[in-house]
Ligand binder design. Structure first.
Ligand SMILES: [Zn+2]
Ligand SMILES: [Zn+2]
Length: 322
């Protein structure tokens, strides 16, 4: 079910971008831009020609940070730019209940200077099942508090947001933007073998086990990182510093290719070749924070998950879509 929020702006579910009836409706509404806020982007084979797609990775959980790492700002810019170009934007998540409603709510708040409550009430009148989860409701109230700003500086000076980050294990999103300040003491860092640029550290590794109980050592499987340009459904991973090809990713996931008794399905698949990565043990590296800050991710639209926090998000089962 596609709902019109206001001129040029529509809201709905994944069903509307994946199935023929929904696609026909998008065509008849002359949709020019599709914004997906979900665990999975719209596969290329499902995309309509001449429509611009944007994907922002987010789970529908109360701990998911939609404000940090420029996620919300990037979504709002996409919507605003499309509408300014006289386009028609369709925003969706899985069910059109929580994630997409939050982003559209933030758009309405900024545009009309509405409170978070008013924005959500209006959306509920348009789409009765609209109901952002309580973590998203809180984040909309922080967005109201910052005067409808979600840039890093505004967020860092928003006390209630910082406190929420601390409570939900999202503090890394704030700390990692502060140049020279590592998020936590680091045991191991992983660098590009060619240019020595720090790419990730051990808390970003996804570990899994083979059928014989041994830990699988097939390359390095990691959580999606900001510096990896992952706006396509799948593709190659290059070093953001020297451009060296380091591995591949696929949002749809893959079975582990270790020939020796593995085959574990990993979603999303973010794989770096061992030969391309140098491992170094560093007790407390100050080099890490800058390498993950958005300014050093030149070609990334910066929509991705926040380098996940160890405690809450880096386990495999949380990567599956809801
Ligand atoms: Zn490099
Ligand atoms: Zn494996």
């Amino acid at each position: 079910m596609i709902d019109k929020v206001e001129d040029h702006l529509y809201l709905g579910s994944a069903h509307d971008v994946l199935h023929s009836a929904g696609k026909a409706k998008l065509k008849s509404l002359k949709i020019t831009h599709v914004l997906t806020i979900s665990a999975m982007p719209v596969a290329e084979s499902d995309q309509l020609p001449d429509v611009v797609y944007m994907f922002a990775f987010a789970m529908d959980t109360p701990r998911q940070d939609l404000l940090g790492c420029s996620l919300l700002e990037d979504c709002l810019r996409f919507i605003a730019d499309a509408i300014n170009e006289d386009g028609n934007v369709f925003v969706h998540c899985e069910a059109g209940v929580s994630r997409s409603v939050t982003v559209v709510g933030a758009y309405l708040m900024r545009k009309h200077e509405w409170s978070s409550e008013l924005a959500v009430t209006k959306l509920t009148q348009i789409r009765p099942n609209a109901r952002p989860n309580n973590g998203f409701m809180k984040q909309l109230s922080f967005f109201e508090e910052t005067g409808f700003r979600a840039d890093n500086e505004s967020l860092r000076s928003c006390r209630s947001y910082c406190q929420w980050c601390a409570e939900t294990g999202n503090s890394g999103h704030l700390v990692e933007y502060e140049r020279g300040k590592p998020a936590d003491p680091v045991a191991e860092t992983f660098k590009c073998y060619k240019c020595r640029n720090v790419l990730f550290h051990d808390r970003h590794l996804i570990r899994h086990w083979k059928r014989n109980g041994e830990q699988c050592q097939f390359g390095y499987l990691i959580t999606p990182m900001k510096w990896i340009s992952m706006s396509e459904y799948q593709g190659k991973i290059s070093c953001p510093h020297c451009g060296e090809k380091l591995g591949q990713f696929s949002w749809g996931g893959r079975k582990c290719q270790d020939e020796n008794d593995c085959g574990t399905p990993i979603t999303p698949w973010v794989h770096l070749h061992r030969a391309k990565i140098d491992k170094a043990s560093v007790p407390n590296s100050s080099a890490i924070a800058p390498s993950m800050s958005p300014s050093i991710a030149p070609h990334s639209p910066s929509l991705f998950p926040p380098p996940y926090d160890t405690s809450s998000h880096s386990r495999l089962h949380e990567s599956s879509s809801h």
